[in-house]
Design a protein around this ligand. Structure first.
Ligand SMILES: NC(=O)c1ccc[n+]([C@@H]2O[C@H](COP(=O)([O-])OP(=O)(O)OC[C@H]3O[C@@H](n4cnc5c(N)ncnc54)[C@H](OP(=O)(O)O)[C@@H]3O)[C@@H](O)[C@H]2O)c1
Length: 123
């Protein structure tokens, strides 16, 4: 399989950090979205720095700034969204819609993968 340019959204999360590492290990050019909203969260900043040391590229963008999301998405051809449900699922969906709007405007994404919680009851 050819190499891709992959943007991981939610890269410091439980699933996201594993996807960042797997993407780097497979030789993909790996971008990690860095949200200004994380502020001085030391754990997240250290993790982002560690990703950078491992070869990832950090791209700053905010869900509150459509332009910045479009510019981030324009850098890549694959987007993997591992954003958490935060506290309200509707909030997560609204954020995901913002990402989709940015992807539609950028117009260059070949693959979009959302990692979401299984909402189908296992009975
Ligand atoms: N953990 C599991 O075992 C598991 C299993 C099945 C499915 N899932 C699904 O996989 C997805 C990720 O789960 P997770 O456990 O990795 O989540 P997590 O560790 O709680 O968080 C993932 C990331 O979401 C981003 N995020 C949180 N609040 C945000 C906000 N207000 N705006 C924008 N980004 C925000 C943060 O990314 P940054 O700060 O890095 O931007 C955070 O690191 C979820 O949809 C979950 O339902 C998880």
């Amino acid at each position: 399989m050819g190499k891709s340019k992959v943007l991981v959204v939610g890269g410091t999360g439980y699933i996201g950090k594993r996807i960042v590492k797997a993407s780097l290990a497979q030789g993909h050019t790996t971008y990690v979205l860095q949200r200004p909203e994380i502020g001085l969260d030391i754990d997240k900043l250290q993790m982002l720095l560690s990703f950078k040391e491992q070869g990832a590229r950090l791209v700053e963008a905010s869900f509150s700034d459509h332009r910045s999301l479009v510019e981030a998405v324009k850098e890549v051809d694959v987007v993997i969204c591992t954003m958490s449900g935060v506290h309200f699922r509707s909030h997560n969906i609204l954020l995901q819609l913002k990402l989709i709007e940015a992807i539609k405007e950028a117009g260059n994404i070949k693959v979009l993968l959302f990692i979401v919680q299984n909402s189908i009851p296992c009975t």
